[in-house]
Design a protein around this ligand. Structure first.
Ligand code: CP
Ligand code: NVA
Length: 307
């Protein structure tokens, strides 16, 4: 039986699908799971459970972290590329959701339109996890928030600066500012602002500050992402010109707090959105951030699949 008994099915399509308390508990649990894995302890609460992983875009971290994570929890992952399934040949999302969710215990989806994951979730008997859409990338924020907690403690009341495109990562940072209660300065070029409704819903804790140096002033955490996201490859050249001033470099980091962290969801383009001098600093936390994708998603799977 793959359906979740009589409990309503919970999805994770956005950080707003969990309460602030649940999110905090989840990232603390992620650190616990990390310690327990390193201590060599076996923890297999998801034995015989299957995670279907639908990818319509490329991935290194997301695929590996979910696949390794569910294996460690005693379960199994199925990699489903749209190239090899009927999804790529136009089978309706609703039908795919009905069928796939009768056979697996959880579905993870990486795709373009956010409406697709919402439609899938609406017809799924099992939890659906958003593993990146054009609008949001909530799983990455679980890892980022865990990483901040592990290195600097509680992020509540801190100042975070987002530098670059008002994209899926930026939107998830805005949602994180609401849920984890931090201030967010967003430095983006004209025409590349985040979604107005998402920004407005966050109230005055999030503001657009055009000048990246001003935006980084006093920051406890500086974050950036590629200038052209997946699906925007044709805009890459134009974007390199538009975003030229929106680079995280030593001058920008000098505006932030002396112990400010730098994060990047990766993959990174050195010399574009970030210089090697920043991302490759000996104390760079981006590698912990990448590893924490696995620990935080294990905590998420444990929570969503609890019986
Ligand atoms: N950060 C992230 O989601 O990486 P991948 O695209 O490699 O999964
Ligand atoms: N904004 C990037 C994030 C990649 C993890 C993209 O959507 O391509």
């Amino acid at each position: 039986m793959t359906a979740q008994g009589t409990q309503p099915v919970r999805h994770f399509l956005s950080l707003l699908d969990l309460t602030p308390d649940e999110l905090r508990a989840l990232i603390r649990r992620a650190s616990e799971l990390k310690r327990s894995l390193r201590a060599g302890e076996i923890h297999e609460p998801l034995k015989n459970q299957t995670l279907g992983m639908i990818f319509e875009k490329s991935s290194t971290r997301t695929r590996i972290s979910f696949e390794a994570g569910i294996t460690q929890l005693g379960g199994h992952a199925l990699f489903l590329s749209s190239r090899d399934t009927q999804l790529g040949r136009g089978e309706p999302i609703e039908d795919s959701a009905r069928v796939i969710s009768r056979m697996v215990d959880c579905v993870m989806i990486r795709t373009f339109e956010h409406a697709k994951v919402e439609l899938f979730a609406a017809h799924s008997r099992v939890p659906v996890i958003n593993a990146l859409t054009d609008l949001l990338h909530p799983c990455q924020l679980l890892a980022d928030m865990q990483t901040y907690l592990e290195h600097r403690g509680d992020i509540a009341g801190k100042t975070v600066t987002w530098v670059g495109d008002g994209n899926n990562m930026c939107h998830s940072y805005i949602n994180a500012a609401r849920q984890f209660d931090f201030r967010l300065n967003i430095a983006c070029p004209v025409g590349h602002e985040p979604n107005a409704a998402i920004l407005q819903a966050a109230g005055d804790r999030c503001q657009v500050i055009r000048d990246p140096l001003d935006a980084a002033s006093g920051a406890d955490l500086v974050v950036t992402d590629v200038w052209a996201s997946m699906g925007q490859e044709e805009e890459q050249r134009q974007r390199a010109v538009t975003f030229a001033n929106y680079q995280v470099n030593d001058q920008l980091m000098a505006q932030a707090q002396p112990n400010a962290l730098f994060m990047h969801c990766l993959p990174a383009h050195r010399g574009e959105e970030v210089t090697a001098s920043v991302i490759d600093r000996p104390d760079s936390v981006v590698w912990d951030e990448a590893e924490n994708r696995m620990h935080s998603q294990k905590a998420l799977l444990e929570m969503l699949l609890r019986r």
